[in-house]
Design a protein around this ligand. Structure first.
Ligand code: SF4
Ligand code: SF4
Length: 386
């Protein structure tokens, strides 16, 4: 879906150039012995992978093309994210999956856990047993133990020792990356948003293999400088003033159709709470704690709907509505995602009653069949809150 928004700079062509460069670099690193490590969830501490000299790559996919291959093994009425990710793996149609040496995964929702069992037939896979609640100290200890086991696995698979110094170094780099990503979102925290959510998703994308983070951060910084120039561009700011500010929450925006439809319909997605957005970057790893403990605390606090209770997500949504001055909240739920779908009840209640903000849930999949219907619903929501 090609976007046509006034003043749009950071589009598909922008990220394509970066992806090409990063891909070439990943291939070169792999050829010289670097291990490519496939990941599926925000819970996996990438710092550990990088400290082992591995190159992380996120494999959650957003296309419906691999569904037929996936549905040879998986039920058709499964979340599209799981079907897409698995279909690419089993059909060998994703160049990133193709390059992986092994996989690191977390026991999150039921569909993903069972999909990971099948993936073990294709690649070596280590599963971190994620506690399903962040509430109790014993869960943090259990999660730290799981991360320690992942360290052992990574050392064995890469042949590299993961020292405390290496971990501490990667924690500092990834914290800087989080700050950089957050500073891009921060461009929308003022009186007037300066950047479309569609652009944020491109600017902050890791563009494939997570190597050369310093270069990627410099690119984000330079994009930020360019966006700041928009503050003096009246044609741009005048049209931004008319756009209702939307907070997008819910399932990961692996497929961009809802994000793009909101902005095509006249809104501006000022912030994304999902796990590819502020849910993951908003909280840093504590650099003063022993590294494994600090990683356990940071990652177990990610407010994904697979955790119970998950009140941290409601608090985060409230903070983001306030900080980004959201006029409305749109809650994206992929079909058959039970965790986010059930949690939508509490999210609606909190957004409408506690935060006094209009709310709409969108339940959809990766297909384009319902685009017309979604467009009508989104337009009506934007008109209602304008
Ligand atoms: S929403 Fe939760 S389960 Fe889904 S990809 Fe993100 S962290 Fe993983
Ligand atoms: S979108 Fe929902 S069902 Fe799909 S992988 Fe994420 S948590 Fe699981």
């Amino acid at each position: 879906m090609a976007l046509d928004l006034p003043g749009l700079i950071f589009d598909q062509a922008y990220i394509k150039d970066i992806e090409d460069r990063v891909y070439e670099r990943g291939v070169a690193l792999s050829a010289s012995g670097g291990k490519i490590v496939g990941l599926y969830c925000a819970f996996t501490p990438k710092e550990v992978v990088a400290a082992a000299g591995g190159i992380p790559v996120s494999l959650c996919a957003g296309s419906e093309d691999p569904f037929p291959a996936a549905e040879e093994h998986l039920p058709a009425n499964l979340c599209p994210l799981i079907k897409s990710s698995y279909g690419h793996a089993v059909g060998d149609t994703c160049p990133y999956f193709h390059m992986t040496d092994f996989l690191l995964a977390d026991a999150t929702c039921d569909g993903k856990k069972k999909m990971f069992e099948l993936l073990t037939r294709i690649r070596p896979l280590h599963l971190l047993l994620l506690p399903q609640s962040a509430g109790a100290p014993e869960n943090f200890r259990a999660w730290e133990t799981e991360i320690r086991k992942a360290v052992d696995f990574l050392e064995k698979m890469t042949g590299n020792l993961i020292t405390e110094e290496k971990l501490a170094g990667q924690i500092r780099i990834y914290n800087r990356l989080r700050r950089t990503v957050e500073s891009i979102f921060g461009l929308n925290a003022g009186d007037l948003p300066l950047v479309y959510g569609s652009e944020i998703t491109h600017i902050t994308s890791m563009a494939g293999f997570e190597c050369d983070l310093e270069i990627r951060m410099a690119e984000m910084e330079s994009a930020r400088e360019k966006i700041l120039e928009r503050a003096g561009d009246h044609a741009f700011t005048d049209q931004m003033k008319k756009r209702p500010r939307i907070l997008l929450t819910g399932c990961p925006t692996t497929n961009k159709k809802v994000l793009f439809l909101i902005e095509e319909a006249g809104g501006c997605v000022v912030a994304m709470e999902s796990c590819g957005g502020l849910k993951s970057v908003g909280r840093r790893v504590d650099e003063t704690l022993p590294p494994l403990r600090a990683l356990a605390e940071k990652y177990l606090n990610i407010a994904c709907a697979c955790m119970s209770p998950n009140t941290g997500r409601l608090d985060l949504i409230g903070e983001l509505i306030r900080d980004y001055r959201a006029d409305g909240v749109i809650d994206l739920t992929w079909n058959a995602c039970h965790t986010y779908n059930v949690e939508a009840f509490s999210v609606r209640e909190a957004v409408q009653d506690r935060f006094d903000t209009p709310y709409m849930q969108i339940l959809t999949d990766y297909s384009e069949n319902d685009m017309g219907q979604l467009e009508t619903r989104i337009q009506a929501f934007l008109e209602m809150i304008a």
